[in-house]
Design a binder for this molecule. Structure first.
Ligand code: PEP
Ligand code: MN
Length: 294
């Protein structure tokens, strides 16, 4: 489909694509697919990243990895350094930091499963780079430009989460900061945007499903969708995950926890092991219907 001078309803023009984010732009020169730990991104396959919001204990990540390995899940996710909204910490609601990274390392080696975890501070980059196969830059750091630059310079694959208040233009501008460092293994992640004030009672965030085809029209970068953060409510996650695949998502990040009610952080959003394992065949069916595979 020819790209009109301005995308309908968006603040992105063809000029922007050429001058503001030429490395993000979809064209013959820019690389379309790449592998991270033998998992191909941007191709037919839709990789899945799953795990708890927070790496709470070694047992928690071990239990998750065991189930994921059985179900051929591509990446184990889990935050050890967390952008927690409020600073007051109980013993349970508390980042596990270096200890959490160590637990991820143990489990990664035991089960031979790649890992993705969030990085929030430059000083912990060397430690996290040693263990994590993908650096997750959280929505809150999306436009922390000096931080984006130091992360990109490590040449580690990066998943950049869209800030809930960021336009697609903002997101692509941030991705361009990563690409300009010669790091081409960049994933974008739609994780829900701020709900319009008319719908404030309905949901904390709103999955911008339209961002998927919109981004894919403009950029060659794979678009990952996180329906767990987008909905903040596990009963909606299966529908949103299926919708994301149908809309062209190139990967999913989902929160999964063996005991969701007792998850230390965001306990309303993870799927239980049973719910997750029930969802997988449904996702496969949807993927097949759009000529993709899980
Ligand atoms: C997360 O994935 O753990 C997370 C904090 O996500 P976001 O940055 O999208 O809020
Ligand atoms: Mn969260």
């Amino acid at each position: 489909m020819p790209i009109e001078n301005k995308f309908p309803g968006k603040d992105i023009s063809n000029d922007d694509i050429k001058t503001k984010f030429p490395l993000c732009a979809k064209n013959k020169k820019n690389k379309k697919t790449f592998k991270i730990n033998n998992v191909l991104f941007g191709g037919k396959k839709i990789p899945i990243m799953a795990g708890p919001n927070m790496v709470e204990s070694l047992k928690l990540v071990d239990d998750c990895a065991k189930i994921f390995k059985k179900n051929k899940i591509d990446f184990l996710r889990g935050g050890a350094f967390k952008p927690l909204t409020f600073p007051y910490r109980s013993k349970k609601y508390c980042e596990t930091r270096e200890k959490g990274i160590e637990w991820l390392k143990i489990v990664k080696e035991k089960y031979n499963i790649p890992v993705i975890t969030e990085v929030m501070e430059e000083k912990f980059l060397p430690l996290i780079c040693e263990v994590s196969d993908i650096l997750q830059i959280g929505s809150r750091n999306m436009q922390n430009f000096p931080f984006l630059t130091v992360c990109a310079k490590t040449q580690k694959p990066i998943m950049l989460k869209r800030h809930y208040g960021a336009s697609l233009r903002d997101l692509l501008g941030a991705a361009e900061y990563l690409l300009i460092e010669g790091n081409h293994k960049i994933l974008l992640c739609e994780r829900g945007i701020t709900v319009p004030h008319t719908h404030k009672e309905t949901s904390r965030f709103l999955l911008d499903i339209q961002a998927i085809p919109a981004l894919k029209e403009i950029t060659h970068l794979p678009v990952i969708v996180d329906p767990s953060h987008a909905s903040f409510w596990s009963p909606w996650v299966p529908s949103l995950a299926k919708a994301a695949i149908a809309a062209g998502a190139d990967g999913l990040m989902m929160e999964v926890h063996p005991d969701p009610k007792n998850a230390a952080v965001d306990s309303l959003q993870p799927l239980s092991f049973n719910e997750f394992q029930k969802l997988l065949p449904e996702l496969k069916k949807v993927a097949k219907s759009v000529n993709r595979k899980i």
